[in-house]
Design a protein around this ligand. Sequence first.
Ligand SMILES: *Cc1c(COP(=O)(O)O)cnc(C)c1O
Length: 420
Amino acid sequence: MDRFTLKGGALHCEDVALQAIAREVGTPVYVYSAKMFREAAQAFRGGLVDAGVHDAHLAYAIKANPNIAVLKVLAAEGFGADVVSAGEMNRALAAGMPAADIVFSGVGKTRGELIAALDAGIGQFNLELEEEGEVLADLAAARGITAPAVLRVNPDVDAGTHAKISTGRKENKFGIPISEAVAMYARLAGRPGLDLKGVAIHIGSQLSDLAPLEAAYVRVGELVAELRAAGHTIARVDLGGGLGVPYKVGEVMPSAAAFGQMVARVTKEWGVTLMFEPGRRIAGSAGVLVTEVVWVKPGAVNPYIIVDAAMNDLARPALYDAWHDFQAVVPTGNRMIANIAGPVCETGDTFAMGREIDEVASGDLAVFRTAGAYGATMASTYNSRSLVPEVLVEDGRYAVVADRITPETILAAERVPDWL
Ligand SMILES: *Cc1c(COP(=O)(O)O)cnc(C)c1O
C-alpha cells in the first residue's frame, strides 16, 4: 500500500510530515518508508508461496538501494543479497545477512573480489565466463575449499525494456550464450575447487510484462533438462530479478501473485531450489526524493520549475529518459503545465518537459515519486554538489540513515601535488 499520502493537506511518509524532515535535514533528501520495503518483500515472497513455491531463496539485489538501514529491514524479512562488488558484499555482511545467503553476480568480478568472497564463505558465485570459473576453481582449490557456483546463461530474449537496462540479448555483455552452456558446463563441472550447482539468468530491469521472463524461464527449463541428460546434478536455478514498478499514476505492473503463478507453472517439474534477485520491485516504490523549488523561470513554451535536486541526485531521467511523478508536498489543488529541471549545468539535467503537475511556486516543497530504487545509490557530486542524504521513516519516527556529504568533505580528500 502507498504510504506517501496527504494528511491534513500535507504529504506524509507513514505518519511523518515531509515538511518536518525537510526542515531538519534540508533538501534535497531521499525519504524511505520502512513499511513499504517490508510490504514489498512480503508481497514478493507471498506471491511465490501462494502459488506453491515454498522454498525459494530471495536475494535482494542491493545495487537498487544499498543503504545499510534498508538492508537491515530486508534481512529481518529473511532476504539475503545479490551483490555485484566486494563493497556490496561487505554491506550485506555488515547488515547481518548470513554469508551463505549472499549471491555474487557481475561480469567483472576481480580476482581480489573472488578471493574476498571465498574467504567470507558466500553462498553462490554466478559465473559470467569460462575463465572466471577456472580462476575461481583454482583459487578455491588452493585454499582447500570448493566454491558454490552457477553458470549465468544469456537466453537471448528481448526483455522489452530500456536498452541500457536490458541484459538478456545475445549482444549484451552478460552471461554465456545458452547454446554453449552444455559444453562449458561439462568442462567446468569436473574441476576441483568448483561445486557447480546449476544455472542463472537475469534478462533486464523494469520489466512490465511477464512474457519475456516466461520465455527466458522456459529456455532455462530446457537447458536444465539437457544438462541432466548429460549427467549433471542440477540443484539450483537462479531466475534473477527484473520485475518492474509503476512510475506513473495508473500504470499497472504484473502482480506478485501473477508472477508467482507463472513461476510455479513453468518450474513445476524442475525439482530445484529456486533463487530470485529482485531489486527495484522491493525498493522502488518505498522512496521519494524531496526537493525545494528554487525558481519558477519563464520558458519559451512552458515555465521551468528549477528545483534544488538534480541529475547528480536522481540520475534515471538523464540516463534512461525515466519518468518520476512530481507532486507538491502541500498541493494547492491547482495544476500547471511546466518543465522541471535541476541546477546542474547541462540540458540532460531535466526531469520533465511540458508536464501537467501540481502548481508550485518558489520555496515550495515537492517530491519525485518512486525514487527508492536506483536513486541515492547512483548519486554523485557532479558540479561540486553534496552527496544527497537519506532518511528512513517508520510509523511516527524517522532517522537520518545517510548523512549529507558536503563538497568540503570531498575537497578535503583531494590533494595538490607538491610540484604545483
Ligand atoms: C540489477 C540486477 C538485478 C536486479 O534487477 P531489478 O530489476 O532491480 O530487479 C538482479 N540480478 C542481477 C544479476 C542484476 O544485475
